[in-house]
Design a binder for this molecule. Sequence first.
Ligand code: FAD
Length: 393
Amino acid sequence: MTGSATTTPTAPTVTPDRTTGRRVVVVGAGVVGLGAAAEAHRRGHQVTVVEQASGVVGSSVQNFGHVCTTPQAGDARRYALAARERWLSLGSAAGFDVAPVGTHVVARTAAEQRLLGELAAERGPDEVRLLDAAETREAVPVRPGPVVGGAHLPLDLLVDPRAAAPALARWLESRGVTFRWRTAARAVAPGRVETTRGVLEADVVVVAAHHDLDRLLPDLAEEVGLRRCRLHMLRVAPATPHGLATPLLTGWSMVRYAAFAACPSATDVAAELAAGDPAAAAWDVNLMATPQGGTLILGDTHARADDAPVFQDEEGFDVLLRLGRDLFRDDLLGPAPRVVERWQGTYATAPGREFLLAEPAPGVHVATVTTGIGMTTGLGLAADVLDRAGLAA
Ligand SMILES: Cc1cc2nc3c(=O)[nH]c(=O)nc-3n(C[C@H](O)[C@H](O)[C@H](O)COP(=O)(O)OP(=O)(O)OC[C@H]3O[C@@H](n4cnc5c(N)ncnc54)[C@H](O)[C@@H]3O)c2cc1C
Protein backbone atom coordinates (compact mmCIF):
# COMPACT_ATOMS: atom_id res chain seq x y z
CA MET A 1 0.00 0.00 0.00
CA THR A 2 1.35 3.42 -0.91
CA GLY A 3 1.86 5.92 1.90
CA SER A 4 -0.45 8.88 1.48
CA ALA A 5 -0.97 12.08 3.38
CA THR A 6 -3.67 14.24 4.84
CA THR A 7 -3.26 17.88 5.80
CA THR A 8 -4.32 19.85 8.85
CA PRO A 9 -4.77 23.61 8.89
CA THR A 10 -1.86 23.98 11.29
CA ALA A 11 0.80 21.61 10.08
CA PRO A 12 2.49 20.37 6.93
CA THR A 13 2.10 16.74 5.89
CA VAL A 14 4.71 14.02 6.27
CA THR A 15 4.38 10.87 4.18
CA PRO A 16 6.00 7.52 5.07
CA ASP A 17 8.41 6.86 2.24
CA ARG A 18 8.39 3.08 1.73
CA THR A 19 5.98 1.72 -0.78
CA THR A 20 5.15 -1.81 0.25
CA GLY A 21 3.33 -3.41 3.16
CA ARG A 22 1.04 -1.64 5.58
CA ARG A 23 1.92 1.68 7.14
CA VAL A 24 3.03 1.27 10.74
CA VAL A 25 3.85 4.34 12.80
CA VAL A 26 5.63 3.70 16.11
CA VAL A 27 5.71 6.45 18.74
CA GLY A 28 8.89 6.25 20.85
CA ALA A 29 12.41 5.06 20.03
CA GLY A 30 13.16 3.09 23.18
CA VAL A 31 13.71 -0.65 23.28
CA VAL A 32 9.94 -1.32 23.13
CA GLY A 33 9.34 0.94 20.11
CA LEU A 34 12.48 -0.26 18.35
CA GLY A 35 11.45 -3.87 18.98
CA ALA A 36 8.05 -3.20 17.38
CA ALA A 37 9.70 -1.37 14.48
CA ALA A 38 12.16 -4.23 13.91
CA GLU A 39 9.40 -6.83 13.94
CA ALA A 40 7.07 -4.81 11.67
CA HIS A 41 9.95 -4.22 9.25
CA ARG A 42 10.83 -7.92 9.34
CA ARG A 43 7.20 -8.70 8.46
CA GLY A 44 7.48 -6.47 5.40
CA HIS A 45 5.63 -3.33 6.46
CA GLN A 46 6.45 0.35 5.95
CA VAL A 47 7.65 1.58 9.32
CA THR A 48 8.08 5.12 10.61
CA VAL A 49 9.34 5.80 14.13
CA VAL A 50 8.42 9.15 15.68
CA GLU A 51 10.69 10.21 18.54
CA GLN A 52 10.49 13.51 20.37
CA ALA A 53 14.21 13.52 21.27
CA SER A 54 17.11 13.68 18.84
CA GLY A 55 18.25 10.16 19.74
CA VAL A 56 17.64 7.24 22.08
CA VAL A 57 17.64 8.92 25.48
CA GLY A 58 14.90 7.32 27.61
CA SER A 59 15.02 4.50 30.13
CA SER A 60 16.52 2.25 27.50
CA VAL A 61 19.91 3.90 28.01
CA GLN A 62 19.57 4.65 31.74
CA ASN A 63 19.59 1.06 32.97
CA PHE A 64 22.00 -1.73 33.96
CA GLY A 65 21.92 -3.52 30.62
CA HIS A 66 20.79 -6.65 32.42
CA VAL A 67 18.61 -8.99 30.36
CA CYS A 68 17.27 -10.77 33.40
CA THR A 69 15.57 -13.80 31.85
CA THR A 70 15.40 -16.53 34.48
CA PRO A 71 14.02 -14.42 37.37
CA GLN A 72 10.82 -13.67 35.38
CA ALA A 73 7.51 -15.56 35.68
CA GLY A 74 4.20 -15.71 33.80
CA ASP A 75 3.81 -13.42 30.76
CA ALA A 76 7.12 -11.75 31.60
CA ARG A 77 8.90 -15.09 31.27
CA ARG A 78 7.28 -15.71 27.89
CA TYR A 79 8.28 -12.25 26.66
CA ALA A 80 11.75 -12.59 28.20
CA LEU A 81 12.45 -15.87 26.43
CA ALA A 82 11.33 -14.35 23.12
CA ALA A 83 13.33 -11.18 23.79
CA ARG A 84 16.46 -13.19 24.55
CA GLU A 85 16.36 -14.67 21.05
CA ARG A 86 15.73 -11.22 19.55
CA TRP A 87 18.67 -9.66 21.45
CA LEU A 88 21.00 -12.37 20.18
CA SER A 89 19.86 -12.14 16.56
CA LEU A 90 19.54 -8.33 16.43
CA GLY A 91 22.88 -7.88 18.20
CA SER A 92 24.62 -9.96 15.60
CA ALA A 93 22.76 -8.29 12.69
CA ALA A 94 23.20 -4.73 13.96
CA GLY A 95 26.73 -5.22 15.28
CA PHE A 96 26.37 -4.54 19.01
CA ASP A 97 27.58 -6.81 21.80
CA VAL A 98 25.17 -9.13 23.56
CA ALA A 99 27.13 -11.16 26.10
CA PRO A 100 25.60 -14.56 27.00
CA VAL A 101 27.39 -14.57 30.34
CA GLY A 102 24.46 -15.31 32.65
CA THR A 103 23.96 -13.73 36.05
CA HIS A 104 25.46 -14.56 39.42
CA VAL A 105 23.37 -14.32 42.55
CA VAL A 106 25.10 -14.16 45.91
CA ALA A 107 23.40 -15.58 49.02
CA ARG A 108 24.59 -14.07 52.28
CA THR A 109 22.15 -15.80 54.64
CA ALA A 110 20.78 -19.32 54.97
CA ALA A 111 17.30 -18.10 53.94
CA GLU A 112 18.71 -16.58 50.73
CA GLN A 113 20.47 -19.84 49.87
CA ARG A 114 17.27 -21.77 50.62
CA LEU A 115 15.40 -19.45 48.24
CA LEU A 116 17.95 -20.11 45.49
CA GLY A 117 17.51 -23.83 46.11
CA GLU A 118 13.73 -23.49 45.72
CA LEU A 119 14.06 -21.78 42.34
CA ALA A 120 16.70 -24.34 41.28
CA ALA A 121 14.27 -27.16 42.13
CA GLU A 122 11.57 -25.54 40.02
CA ARG A 123 13.68 -24.55 36.99
CA GLY A 124 16.38 -27.22 36.93
CA PRO A 125 20.13 -26.93 36.33
CA ASP A 126 19.86 -25.50 32.80
CA GLU A 127 18.45 -22.32 34.34
CA VAL A 128 19.72 -22.25 37.95
CA ARG A 129 23.09 -23.74 38.86
CA LEU A 130 23.60 -23.68 42.60
CA LEU A 131 27.04 -22.76 43.89
CA ASP A 132 28.57 -23.36 47.31
CA ALA A 133 30.33 -20.60 49.23
CA ALA A 134 33.78 -21.34 47.79
CA GLU A 135 32.48 -21.46 44.20
CA THR A 136 30.62 -18.18 44.70
CA ARG A 137 33.70 -16.46 46.14
CA GLU A 138 35.67 -17.76 43.18
CA ALA A 139 33.11 -16.51 40.65
CA VAL A 140 32.41 -12.99 41.93
CA PRO A 141 34.56 -10.40 43.75
CA VAL A 142 32.43 -10.22 46.88
CA ARG A 143 33.52 -9.78 50.48
CA PRO A 144 34.06 -13.43 51.48
CA GLY A 145 32.89 -13.38 55.12
CA PRO A 146 29.11 -13.32 54.78
CA VAL A 147 28.86 -15.53 51.66
CA VAL A 148 26.97 -18.78 52.28
CA GLY A 149 26.47 -19.74 48.62
CA GLY A 150 25.04 -18.51 45.37
CA ALA A 151 23.84 -19.43 41.93
CA HIS A 152 24.57 -18.88 38.27
CA LEU A 153 21.65 -18.22 35.92
CA PRO A 154 23.12 -19.06 32.50
CA LEU A 155 20.24 -17.79 30.33
CA ASP A 156 20.66 -14.13 31.34
CA LEU A 157 22.43 -11.70 28.99
CA LEU A 158 24.43 -8.51 29.40
CA VAL A 159 24.37 -5.55 27.01
CA ASP A 160 25.83 -2.06 27.16
CA PRO A 161 22.65 -0.01 27.54
CA ARG A 162 24.18 3.12 26.07
CA ALA A 163 25.26 1.28 22.93
CA ALA A 164 22.58 -1.35 22.28
CA ALA A 165 19.35 0.55 21.55
CA PRO A 166 21.10 3.39 19.68
CA ALA A 167 22.89 0.79 17.51
CA LEU A 168 19.58 -0.93 16.86
CA ALA A 169 18.02 2.39 15.77
CA ARG A 170 20.93 3.12 13.41
CA TRP A 171 20.69 -0.36 11.92
CA LEU A 172 16.92 -0.11 11.40
CA GLU A 173 17.42 3.28 9.73
CA SER A 174 20.01 1.72 7.42
CA ARG A 175 17.50 -1.02 6.56
CA GLY A 176 14.77 1.38 5.47
CA VAL A 177 12.85 2.23 8.65
CA THR A 178 12.11 5.96 8.62
CA PHE A 179 12.98 7.85 11.79
CA ARG A 180 11.43 11.23 12.56
CA TRP A 181 13.72 12.49 15.33
CA ARG A 182 12.86 15.61 17.30
CA THR A 183 9.26 15.04 16.34
CA ALA A 184 6.69 14.55 19.07
CA ALA A 185 3.36 12.80 18.64
CA ARG A 186 0.69 15.23 19.82
CA ALA A 187 -2.29 12.94 19.29
CA VAL A 188 -2.97 9.43 18.07
CA ALA A 189 -6.24 8.32 16.48
CA PRO A 190 -7.43 5.56 14.15
CA GLY A 191 -5.43 5.93 10.95
CA ARG A 192 -3.32 8.93 11.96
CA VAL A 193 -0.66 10.35 14.20
CA GLU A 194 -0.56 14.10 14.61
CA THR A 195 3.01 15.16 15.17
CA THR A 196 4.77 18.45 15.79
CA ARG A 197 5.90 18.23 12.15
CA GLY A 198 2.64 17.28 10.52
CA VAL A 199 0.29 14.34 10.21
CA LEU A 200 1.33 10.76 9.47
CA GLU A 201 -1.27 8.40 8.06
CA ALA A 202 -1.01 4.90 9.44
CA ASP A 203 -2.80 1.59 9.13
CA VAL A 204 -1.47 0.65 12.56
CA VAL A 205 -0.13 2.92 15.31
CA VAL A 206 2.06 1.48 18.07
CA VAL A 207 2.38 3.76 21.09
CA ALA A 208 5.63 2.94 22.90
CA ALA A 209 5.90 6.24 24.79
CA HIS A 210 6.63 4.49 28.12
CA HIS A 211 5.82 6.69 31.16
CA ASP A 212 4.94 9.60 28.88
CA LEU A 213 1.83 7.64 27.93
CA ASP A 214 0.12 9.86 30.51
CA ARG A 215 0.82 12.88 28.28
CA LEU A 216 -0.47 11.27 25.10
CA LEU A 217 -3.32 9.09 26.39
CA PRO A 218 -3.98 10.43 29.88
CA ASP A 219 -7.29 8.65 30.45
CA LEU A 220 -5.80 5.22 29.75
CA ALA A 221 -2.78 6.02 31.94
CA GLU A 222 -5.04 7.14 34.76
CA GLU A 223 -7.29 4.11 34.41
CA VAL A 224 -4.37 1.74 35.12
CA GLY A 225 -2.72 4.01 37.70
CA LEU A 226 0.42 4.59 35.60
CA ARG A 227 3.08 6.57 37.49
CA ARG A 228 6.80 7.19 37.35
CA CYS A 229 9.38 5.29 39.39
CA ARG A 230 12.62 7.21 40.05
CA LEU A 231 15.86 5.38 40.73
CA HIS A 232 19.29 6.41 42.08
CA MET A 233 22.06 4.99 39.87
CA LEU A 234 25.86 5.16 40.15
CA ARG A 235 28.82 4.24 38.01
CA VAL A 236 31.89 3.51 40.10
CA ALA A 237 35.47 3.00 39.00
CA PRO A 238 36.98 0.35 41.28
CA ALA A 239 40.44 0.87 42.70
CA THR A 240 41.61 -2.45 41.23
CA PRO A 241 40.30 -4.39 38.19
CA HIS A 242 36.88 -5.53 39.35
CA GLY A 243 36.95 -9.05 37.94
CA LEU A 244 33.15 -9.17 37.66
CA ALA A 245 32.18 -10.81 34.37
CA THR A 246 28.41 -11.05 34.81
CA PRO A 247 25.56 -9.07 36.37
CA LEU A 248 25.44 -9.64 40.13
CA LEU A 249 22.19 -9.89 42.10
CA THR A 250 21.74 -10.05 45.88
CA GLY A 251 18.97 -10.95 48.32
CA TRP A 252 17.52 -7.47 47.73
CA SER A 253 17.03 -8.49 44.08
CA MET A 254 15.59 -11.93 44.86
CA VAL A 255 12.59 -10.49 46.66
CA ARG A 256 11.55 -8.26 43.76
CA TYR A 257 11.68 -10.49 40.69
CA ALA A 258 8.55 -12.57 40.25
CA ALA A 259 10.11 -16.03 39.94
CA PHE A 260 12.03 -15.65 43.21
CA ALA A 261 9.19 -13.80 44.93
CA ALA A 262 6.86 -16.77 44.31
CA CYS A 263 9.16 -19.18 46.19
CA PRO A 264 8.23 -20.13 49.77
CA SER A 265 11.33 -18.58 51.40
CA ALA A 266 10.86 -15.16 49.77
CA THR A 267 8.89 -13.82 52.74
CA ASP A 268 11.64 -14.88 55.16
CA VAL A 269 14.28 -13.18 53.00
CA ALA A 270 12.20 -9.99 52.73
CA ALA A 271 11.61 -9.94 56.49
CA GLU A 272 15.27 -10.43 57.40
CA LEU A 273 16.42 -7.76 54.92
CA ALA A 274 13.89 -5.23 56.25
CA ALA A 275 14.78 -6.01 59.87
CA GLY A 276 18.52 -5.98 59.20
CA ASP A 277 18.64 -2.69 57.28
CA PRO A 278 15.53 -0.51 57.69
CA ALA A 279 17.23 2.45 55.95
CA ALA A 280 17.86 0.43 52.80
CA ALA A 281 14.35 -1.03 52.98
CA ALA A 282 12.91 2.50 53.25
CA TRP A 283 14.66 3.34 49.97
CA ASP A 284 13.17 0.16 48.47
CA VAL A 285 16.65 -0.91 47.40
CA ASN A 286 17.52 -3.53 44.82
CA LEU A 287 21.25 -3.98 45.43
CA MET A 288 22.77 -5.16 42.16
CA ALA A 289 25.65 -4.37 39.84
CA THR A 290 26.67 -4.92 36.26
CA PRO A 291 30.16 -4.67 34.77
CA GLN A 292 30.43 -2.14 31.96
CA GLY A 293 34.00 -1.95 30.70
CA GLY A 294 36.29 -1.29 33.64
CA THR A 295 33.49 0.22 35.69
CA LEU A 296 30.54 -1.09 37.65
CA ILE A 297 26.99 0.20 37.44
CA LEU A 298 25.64 0.05 40.97
CA GLY A 299 22.03 0.58 41.99
CA ASP A 300 19.27 1.14 42.77
CA THR A 301 16.52 2.77 44.83
CA HIS A 302 12.81 3.18 44.01
CA ALA A 303 10.36 6.04 44.65
CA ARG A 304 7.00 6.28 42.90
CA ALA A 305 5.01 9.41 42.04
CA ASP A 306 3.06 10.94 39.16
CA ASP A 307 6.03 13.03 38.07
CA ALA A 308 9.78 12.58 38.34
CA PRO A 309 11.37 15.71 39.78
CA VAL A 310 15.09 15.70 39.04
CA PHE A 311 16.22 16.47 42.59
CA GLN A 312 17.91 13.43 44.10
CA ASP A 313 18.38 13.03 47.81
CA GLU A 314 22.06 12.30 48.54
CA GLU A 315 20.95 9.80 51.19
CA GLY A 316 19.91 7.38 48.40
CA PHE A 317 23.47 7.41 47.03
CA ASP A 318 24.91 7.04 50.55
CA VAL A 319 22.80 3.95 51.15
CA LEU A 320 23.88 2.38 47.84
CA LEU A 321 27.56 3.09 48.44
CA ARG A 322 27.39 1.67 51.96
CA LEU A 323 25.69 -1.48 50.64
CA GLY A 324 28.18 -1.68 47.77
CA ARG A 325 31.12 -1.52 50.17
CA ASP A 326 29.55 -4.28 52.28
CA LEU A 327 29.02 -6.41 49.19
CA PHE A 328 32.30 -6.09 47.31
CA ARG A 329 35.83 -6.90 48.38
CA ASP A 330 37.73 -4.09 50.09
CA ASP A 331 40.23 -3.70 47.27
CA LEU A 332 37.40 -2.87 44.84
CA LEU A 333 35.32 -0.11 46.40
CA GLY A 334 37.40 0.57 49.51
CA PRO A 335 36.43 3.23 52.03
CA ALA A 336 36.09 5.98 49.39
CA PRO A 337 34.88 4.52 46.09
CA ARG A 338 35.46 6.68 43.02
CA VAL A 339 32.05 7.55 41.67
CA VAL A 340 32.37 8.63 38.04
CA GLU A 341 28.67 9.21 37.29
CA ARG A 342 25.39 9.59 39.15
CA TRP A 343 22.01 9.75 37.50
CA GLN A 344 18.32 9.45 38.05
CA GLY A 345 16.64 6.76 35.99
CA THR A 346 12.89 6.79 35.44
CA TYR A 347 10.58 3.98 34.42
CA ALA A 348 6.83 3.43 34.22
CA THR A 349 5.05 1.69 37.06
CA ALA A 350 1.45 0.63 37.62
CA PRO A 351 -0.08 -1.34 40.48
CA GLY A 352 -0.57 -5.06 39.97
CA ARG A 353 0.71 -5.32 36.42
CA GLU A 354 4.00 -5.70 34.57
CA PHE A 355 2.63 -4.79 31.11
CA LEU A 356 0.00 -2.58 29.60
CA LEU A 357 -1.06 -3.84 26.18
CA ALA A 358 -4.21 -2.08 25.05
CA GLU A 359 -6.06 -0.88 21.97
CA PRO A 360 -7.68 2.35 23.14
CA ALA A 361 -8.94 3.13 19.62
CA PRO A 362 -9.18 0.89 16.54
CA GLY A 363 -5.70 0.32 15.15
CA VAL A 364 -3.97 2.21 17.99
CA HIS A 365 -1.93 -0.26 20.05
CA VAL A 366 -0.26 0.67 23.33
CA ALA A 367 2.79 -1.32 24.45
CA THR A 368 4.15 -0.31 27.85
CA VAL A 369 6.30 -2.24 30.30
CA THR A 370 5.05 -1.09 33.69
CA THR A 371 7.93 -2.19 35.87
CA GLY A 372 11.71 -2.23 35.57
CA ILE A 373 12.08 -5.19 33.21
CA GLY A 374 11.82 -3.61 29.75
CA MET A 375 15.37 -4.52 28.70
CA THR A 376 14.50 -8.11 29.55
CA THR A 377 11.06 -8.27 27.94
CA GLY A 378 10.67 -5.27 25.62
CA LEU A 379 11.93 -6.90 22.43
CA GLY A 380 9.68 -9.89 23.13
CA LEU A 381 6.46 -7.85 23.23
CA ALA A 382 6.67 -6.93 19.58
CA ALA A 383 5.31 -10.16 18.10
CA ASP A 384 2.25 -10.10 20.40
CA VAL A 385 1.56 -6.44 19.66
CA LEU A 386 1.75 -6.93 15.89
CA ASP A 387 -0.32 -10.14 16.04
CA ARG A 388 -3.02 -8.25 17.95
CA ALA A 389 -2.86 -5.55 15.28
CA GLY A 390 -3.46 -8.14 12.58
CA LEU A 391 -0.03 -7.65 10.98
CA ALA A 392 0.73 -11.23 10.03
CA ALA A 393 4.20 -12.68 10.40
C1 FAD B 1 17.63 3.02 36.29
C2 FAD B 1 16.95 1.92 35.55
C3 FAD B 1 17.47 0.64 35.56
C4 FAD B 1 16.85 -0.38 34.85
N1 FAD B 1 17.47 -1.58 34.74
C5 FAD B 1 16.93 -2.54 33.95
C6 FAD B 1 17.63 -3.75 33.69
O1 FAD B 1 18.79 -3.91 34.07
N2 FAD B 1 16.97 -4.72 33.01
C7 FAD B 1 15.72 -4.54 32.52
O2 FAD B 1 15.16 -5.45 31.93
N3 FAD B 1 15.10 -3.35 32.62
C8 FAD B 1 15.67 -2.34 33.32
N4 FAD B 1 15.05 -1.15 33.45
C9 FAD B 1 13.76 -0.92 32.75
C10 FAD B 1 13.96 -0.63 31.29
O3 FAD B 1 15.04 0.26 31.08
C11 FAD B 1 12.67 -0.04 30.72
O4 FAD B 1 11.58 -0.90 31.07
C12 FAD B 1 12.73 0.07 29.20
O5 FAD B 1 13.87 0.78 28.80
C13 FAD B 1 11.47 0.75 28.68
O6 FAD B 1 11.62 0.89 27.29
P1 FAD B 1 10.66 1.85 26.50
O7 FAD B 1 11.04 1.78 25.08
O8 FAD B 1 9.24 1.58 26.87
O9 FAD B 1 10.94 3.29 27.12
P2 FAD B 1 12.01 4.42 26.81
O10 FAD B 1 13.36 3.88 26.60
O11 FAD B 1 11.83 5.40 27.93
O12 FAD B 1 11.54 5.03 25.44
C14 FAD B 1 10.32 5.73 25.30
C15 FAD B 1 10.57 6.80 24.24
O13 FAD B 1 9.33 7.41 23.88
C16 FAD B 1 9.60 8.77 23.59
N5 FAD B 1 8.33 9.48 23.64
C17 FAD B 1 7.50 9.62 24.69
N6 FAD B 1 6.43 10.34 24.34
C18 FAD B 1 6.58 10.67 23.04
C19 FAD B 1 5.79 11.42 22.13
N7 FAD B 1 4.61 11.94 22.48
N8 FAD B 1 6.24 11.58 20.86
C20 FAD B 1 7.44 11.04 20.49
N9 FAD B 1 8.24 10.34 21.33
C21 FAD B 1 7.79 10.14 22.59
C22 FAD B 1 10.58 9.16 24.66
O14 FAD B 1 11.30 10.33 24.30
C23 FAD B 1 11.46 7.92 24.75
O15 FAD B 1 12.58 8.03 23.90
C24 FAD B 1 15.65 -0.11 34.15
C25 FAD B 1 15.13 1.18 34.14
C26 FAD B 1 15.77 2.19 34.81
C27 FAD B 1 15.21 3.57 34.74
